[in-house]
Design a protein around this ligand. Structure first.
Ligand code: GN1
Ligand code: MG
Length: 363
C-alpha cells in the first residue's frame, strides 16, 4: 500500500479503500478523492499547505464552530424546499480531526457532498444565479454567528493595503526582465495604489462591519446538484473567518463574470460580463438583502473592482517573488494569471456606470 492509501485509511475506519486520486484545481492545498467500497460515500482527503495556513489546528477549530452553527440552524429551518448540504470533518480511528505524517505533513478528511459536482468556469446565467444564491444562503446561515468566535487563520487575507506593502518589499528583489507584460502590471498597480485602501478605510470608519465570511467563494467552490442543477452547498471552508462580506461578493463576481475563466492564457480577450453580474447579484440578494445595510450597497461596486485587482496583485507579486505561494504549472503561470485579473479589473472600470446601475436596480 502506498503512503497516500495509508493516510486515507486513517479516516476510513473499517471501510475498504478502492481508489485515491488527485481531485479539483486548488492553488494551495493538495486534494484527493478517496473512493471506498460498495455503497459507502466517497470522501475528500487534503494535505493542508502549512506554509500558507501556519496554524492548521485553528482552521479545523473554525470549521467545527462553523459546521455546528450551520447544522443547528438548518435543523430549525422551516423552509426545507431546497436541500443544503454542509461538508463535515471526518475523524481518525482515534477521534482526531487530522493526521500528521512522520514527515510533518498535515492531513484531514471531509465528506463529499453526494450527487453534486462543481465547474471551474461559469456555464450560463442560470448557473450564475445559483452561484450567487449559494453565497447569499451561506452568508445568511452565518449572519448570526459572532465573528469573534472564529480565529484569524490567515492574517492579512484580503487586506489589500497589506498585499501592497508586501509587493513593495518584493519588487526590489526581482531580477527578471521588465518585458511589456511586466511593465503593464507595474503601471497598473501604480495607478491604483491610493484607491486600493477603499474597503479597509470604510471598515476603519465604522461603515462596514466585520462578519463571518467564506473567504474564497469562487465558482468551483459552489456544489451544484447533478439532477436539479441547483446549488446545494459551498465547500473549501479553510478561510471561513471574520472579514467583510464585500471580499466574498467581489471574489464571487470576479470569478463568475469572467467567461474565459481565471486560467485562460487569452488575457487580452478577458471581459467582465455585466449580464452575468446581474444574474449573480439577483441570486445573492434573494438570500442576503435582509442583512445588508445601505452602506453595504454603497461599497459593492468598489468590492467587485477591488477583489479582481487584489487577486491580480497577489498573483503578480508571487510571480516576482519566484512562485512561493500559489502552485504553478509553468514559470510564467502567475504572471498570466495576474494579466487576466488586471484585464478583468480594466473591464469592470470601463463598465462602472452599467454595474452601478445594476446594483441600484436590485437594491
Ligand atoms: C486560492 O487554493 P484555492 O484555489 O482554493 C486562494 C484564493 C484565490 C484563489 C484563486 C488561501 O484558492 O484566495 O482567490 O486561489 N486561497 C488562498 O484561484 O490564498
Ligand atoms: Mg480555497
Amino acid at each position: 500500500m502506498d503512503r497516500l492509501n495509508i493516510i486515507a485509511q486513517q479516516f476510513a475506519t473499517s471501510r475498504l479503500i478502492t481508489n485515491v486520486r488527485a481531485f479539483g484545481s486548488g492553488n494551495i492545498n493538495d486534494t484527493f478523492l478517496v473512493t471506498v467500497d460498495a455503497a459507502e460515500p466517497h470522501f475528500v482527503l487534503q494535505r493542508i499547505n502549512t506554509h500558507v495556513f501556519q496554524q492548521p489546528a485553528l482552521v479545523m477549530q473554525n470549521m467545527r464552530i462553523f459546521t455546528q452553527h450551520v447544522c443547528d440552524k438548518l435543523q430549525h429551518e422551516v423552509n426545507l424546499a431546497r436541500r443544503w448540504a454542509v461538508p463535515t470533518v471526518l475523524l481518525t480511528i482515534d477521534d482526531r480531526d487530522h493526521w500528521v505524517e512522520p514527515d510533518g505533513t498535515y492531513w484531514r478528511a471531509i465528506s463529499f457532498i453526494d450527487g453534486s459536482a462543481s465547474l471551474d468556469i461559469i456555464q450560463d446565467l442560470a448557473h450564475g444565479r445559483e452561484v450567487g444564491y449559494a453565497l447569499g444562503r451561506f452568508h445568511h446561515l452565518i449572519s448570526d454567528l459572532d465573528p469573534a468566535q472564529l480565529a484569524d487563520t490567515l492574517e492579512g487575507f484580503h487586506i489589500t493595503p497589506q498585499y501592497l506593502e508586501y509587493y513593495q518589499r518584493v519588487l526590489p528583489t526581482y531580477t527578471g526582465a521588465i518585458d511589456p507584460e511586466v511593465d503593464y502590471c507595474l503601471k497598473f498597480i501604480q495607478e491604483r495604489q491610493e484607491w486600493a485602501r477603499v474597503l479597509e478605510d470604510a471598515k476603519s470608519d465604522g461603515k462596514l462591519p466585520l462578519r463571518p465570511i467564506h473567504g474564497d467563494p469562487k465558482v468551483n467552490n459552489v456544489m451544484i446538484c447533478t439532477t436539479t442543477q441547483q446549488a446545494i452547498g459551498i465547500i473549501d471552508l479553510d478561510t471561513v473567518k471574520p472579514g467583510l462580506v464585500h471580499y466574498d461578493i467581489g471574489d464571487c463576481l470576479r470569478s463568475g463574470c469572467n467567461p474565459l475563466g481565471e486560467e485562460t492564457t487569452a488575457w487580452e480577450q478577458v471581459q467582465f460580463d455585466t449580464q452575468m453580474c446581474r444574474a449573480m447579484l439577483e441570486g445573492y440578494l434573494s438570500q442576503a438583502s435582509g442583512f445588508l445595510t445601505s452602506d453595504d450597497y454603497e461599497y459593492l461596486f468598489d468590492a467587485i473592482r477591488l477583489i479582481a485587482f487584489e487577486l491580480g496583485l497577489r498573483f503578480f507579486t508571487d510571480y516576482l517573488a519566484g512562485n512561493v505561494y500559489f502552485k504553478v504549472k509553468y514559470p510564467n503561470h502567475n504572471l498570466d494569471r495576474a494579466l487576466v485579473q488586471f484585464k478583468l479589473t480594466e473591464s469592470i472600470e470601463a463598465q462602472e456606470t452599467a454595474i452601478r446601475s445594476i446594483i441600484e436596480d436590485l437594491r
